[in-house]
Design a protein around this ligand. Structure first.
Ligand SMILES: Cc1cc2nc3c(=O)[nH]c(=O)nc-3n(C[C@H](O)[C@H](O)[C@H](O)COP(=O)(O)OP(=O)(O)OC[C@H]3O[C@@H](n4cnc5c(N)ncnc54)[C@H](O)[C@@H]3O)c2cc1C
Length: 210
């Protein structure tokens, strides 16, 4: 069973970076974070003064199914994305296979799925897909064409970098109940890692725990 993975690759800045970026307005700089700095961060977050938060940098390497990547790549402002290309890479494809399948919701389809689940075995289908992909490659078909038979549950990987404010917007939108569960799982990990590295900023940018 292949699962999504979020790795923290690089970070620049701390909560102090945010307050120093804000305090430059008054030509002030501090070398240590204190209580008054938290008040300032709270004020900035509350009033949507986003630019001091954008002086930070955080980089993730993420492995997830293509259908999750397709949703997350829509978040663009303040973020940079570089992804593995199956034009150049023909590694053995790996597939995300859910343990259980959520049923269609009773009410609005915008909810995505219901809590009710069923079991359904797709191992045979995945085996057939993999064989077909490998056969196309064996025939000398270019990887950029052979990949056309790979489904949306094929795992992909990408570097996703950006500033704290941009990732807080991703978390805001993708941790809500109407976001897809598999996407929420990835964003939950982003949420946890941002909170770990920028605890005060994150506490005020993301006041509502999901
Ligand atoms: C539950 C859910 C369901 C969704 N369903 C679909 C779907 O069915 N189909 C689909 O295509 N997408 C869908 N989306 C994606 C959605 O439309 C957005 O593209 C995505 O959420 C990224 O939003 P963002 O605010 O982070 O965007 P970013 O592109 O990161 O932009 C950040 C902010 O900058 C501003 N901005 C960016 N670009 C412009 C612009 N061109 N003009 C004016 N202001 C701009 C906006 O204020 C925006 O909020 C869905 C998203 C969610 C959360």
């Amino acid at each position: 069973m292949v699962s999504s993975v979020v790795e923290l690759m690089d970070v620049s800045g701390t909560d102090l970076t945010v307050v120093n970026a804000a305090r430059v307005s008054f030509a002030k700089h501090k070398d240590a974070f204190d209580e008054s700095d938290e008040k300032l961060i709270k004020y900035l977050a509350k009033h949507n003064h986003w630019s001091p938060f954008a002086h930070t940098f955080i980089q993730f390497k993420i492995s997830a199914p293509i259908f999750v990547a397709r949703q997350l790549v829509k978040h663009q402002v303040g973020l940079v994305w570089n992804e593995v290309s199956r034009r150049y890479v023909n590694d053995e494809p790996e597939f995300y296979i859910p343990k259980q399948w959520r049923k269609k919701p009773e009410g609005s389809i915008k909810q995505g799925s219901s809590k009710e689940t069923i079991e359904y075995d797709i191992a045979g289908t995945m085996k057939y897909v993999k064989e077909t992909y490998n056969n196309l490659l064996k025939e000398g078909i270019a990887p950029e064409m052979a990949r056309m038979v790979l489904p949306q549950n094929t795992m992909t990987q990408w570097y996703w970098s950006g500033n704290l404010f941009a990732f807080s917007r991703v978390c805001e939108l993708r941790l809500k109940a109407d976001a897809q569960e598999e996407t929420r799982d990835v964003v939950n990990e982003i949420n946890r890692l941002c909170s770990y590295k920028f605890p005060i900023s994150w506490k005020h940018l993301r006041p509502v725990p999901y």
